[in-house]
Write a protein that binds this ligand. Structure first.
Ligand code: ZN
Length: 311
């Protein structure tokens, strides 16, 4: 009996111990399992983050490619493509003022005033592209802001390597030169307005030193404009140069001329000049200028001229 009792007691202890151990083991097992699961989840989560980042990078990479065209202009009036064709505007001004030296290099600067126009400017650009020749476009702010089409043309002019010059905002002689005297403050306001119009299209870094005065700087001199000194000081302060011309196709003078006549005017006015700033117009109604341009370019090429832009 005594033995039986002892055996019973031992059995009970064993069962009790067993019953106590099982939950401990189970708990331990659960903990281990749980920690493994947490680890596994962490890995999955980490992988997910990496994947998400990759997707994000891929997406932003794609976005970069589709980013709107923003040329690097480095505070100049040409795109990076146009840099190769530029010529210092200050030197050109000196040449026109007979202060510059001739160096034996025949250079022509094609300049197109009063644009952009959605009818003629594209034709001019097509011809220039065909001959791989760069020009300078003297833009009127009002014409730039006229339509989405004209704004797109400014972008095209710039992208294709041509130079942009400022030709005031309104081109209104009565407002710019009231009583035949330059209203310096108002004039510069218009210059700024046109500059802003161009900047909004080709980028805030845009800057042009080239000014083409409506009617020309020469007309201000001709009329002995009393405000010319003040105006010159303002231009110097702004680092700008007023560039006139020494050759002209006469597409805005007198009666309407046909392409052949425009070419003759170019031949006459270019003469034997070594450096030529040729004035033409790409505004509305100047289709004959676009028509004459291939022959004008071919003639100038035959004469040995290199084509550069004012910058
Ligand atoms: Zn003009």
């Amino acid at each position: 009996m005594k033995v039986n009792k002892k055996a019973k007691f031992i059995r009970r202890r064993l069962i009790l111990t067993f019953l106590l151990v099982i939950p401990v083991l189970l708990y331990k097992g659960y903990k281990e399992f749980n920690s493994k699961m947490v680890q596994a989840n962490k890995t999955v989560a980490a992988n997910k983050i990496t994947t998400t980042n990759n997707i994000k990078e891929e997406t932003s990479g794609k976005k970069e490619n589709y980013k709107e065209y923003k040329p690097e202009v480095n505070r100049s009036n040409v795109s990076s493509e146009g840099q190769k064709y530029t010529y210092d505007a200050k030197e050109v001004k000196d040449i026109l003022d007979n202060k510059g030296k001739n160096d034996g290099e025949k250079i022509v600067f094609l300049t197109f005033d009063d644009g952009p126009s959605v009818t003629v400017t594209p034709k001019i650009l097509d011809v220039l592209k065909n001959y791989n020749v760069k020009a300078t476009f003297c833009l009127i702010g009002k014409e730039i802001n006229a339509s989405e089409g004209s704004k797109n043309l400014v972008k095209r002019i710039f992208k294709e390597g041509h130079a942009l010059a400022n030709h005031t905002y309104s081109h209104n002689l009565k407002s710019l030169y009231p009583q035949n005297k330059t209203n310096v403050e108002y004039f510069m306001e218009e210059v700024e307005k046109t500059n802003s119009a161009i900047k909004s299209i080709v980028g805030q870094d845009f800057n042009t030193r080239v000014l083409r005065m409506p009617g020309g700087y020469m007309s201000r001199k001709y009329y002995s404009d009393p405000n010319l000194e003040e105006f010159n000081a303002k231009l110097e302060e702004k680092g700008m140069y007023s560039i006139d011309w020494n050759a002209y196709d006469f597409d805005s003078e007198g009666s309407k001329k046909y392409a052949a006549e425009l070419l003759n005017e170019v031949i006459k006015s270019v003469g034997t000049k070594e450096k030529v700033v040729l004035l033409m117009h790409d505004t509305y109604g100047k289709e004959e200028t676009a028509k004459a341009l291939p022959q004008i370019i071919e003639y100038l090429k035959r004469q040995g001229y290199e084509f550069r832009t004012l910058s």
